[in-house]
Design a protein around this ligand. Structure first.
Ligand code: 5GP
Ligand code: ZN
Length: 138
């Protein structure tokens, strides 16, 4: 797609530090390097984000995720990794070509904090919500 920065990276019109490529996907270093080795895995077919992915594109991307993640982990000697995906502006998406962030982790103090609110669960509400979501799975 024209004007898509990641489509331009796939075409080679914009340079990138590539770590993996095949017919369906490409992985390259994120320019921000949140931690050393921060990598983006993207489908070659332009799709806005996971919410718009077909099963086929999802298979292409997610089937490659473990091997790219293992390579990043081995090469950087990371202790662990956050695998993050942002969908739409409210969730922090800034580039609207689907991508998975692989962020290697080296210490508690490398500046990344993912926190979840903890409170007493309302199991009845959870059951109702789960059933509501389940009906939308097609
Ligand atoms: P998002 O915020 O959409 O989840 O992530 C977009 C990511 O793309 C950001 O982490 C940003 O640093 C990265 N990015 C934006 N432009 C470029 C670019 O031209 N080259 C590379 N390698 N990464 C980019
Ligand atoms: Zn694109």
């Amino acid at each position: 797609m024209e004007n898509c920065i990641f489509c331009q990276i796939i075409k080679g019109d914009i340079p990138s530090a590539k770590v993996y490529e095949d017919d369906e996907v490409m992985a390259f270093l994120d320019i921000t390097q949140t931690t050393t080795g921060h990598t983006l895995l993207i489908p070659k077919k332009h799709v806005r984000n996971v919410l718009d992915m077909t099963d086929d594109i999802a298979k292409e991307v997610f089937a490659r995720l473990p091997k790219v993640a293992r390579a990043v982990q081995k090469a950087t000697d990371a202790c662990g990794m956050n695998i993050i995906n942002n969908n739409e502006t409210i969730a922090g998406q800034t580039v609207f070509h689907a991508h998975i962030h692989l962020v290697p982790r080296f210490s508690d103090e490398d500046g990344i904090a993912i926190t979840y609110t903890t409170h007493e669960p309302d199991f009845q509400a959870l059951t109702q919500l789960a059933s509501h979501i389940a009906k939308e799975v097609v």
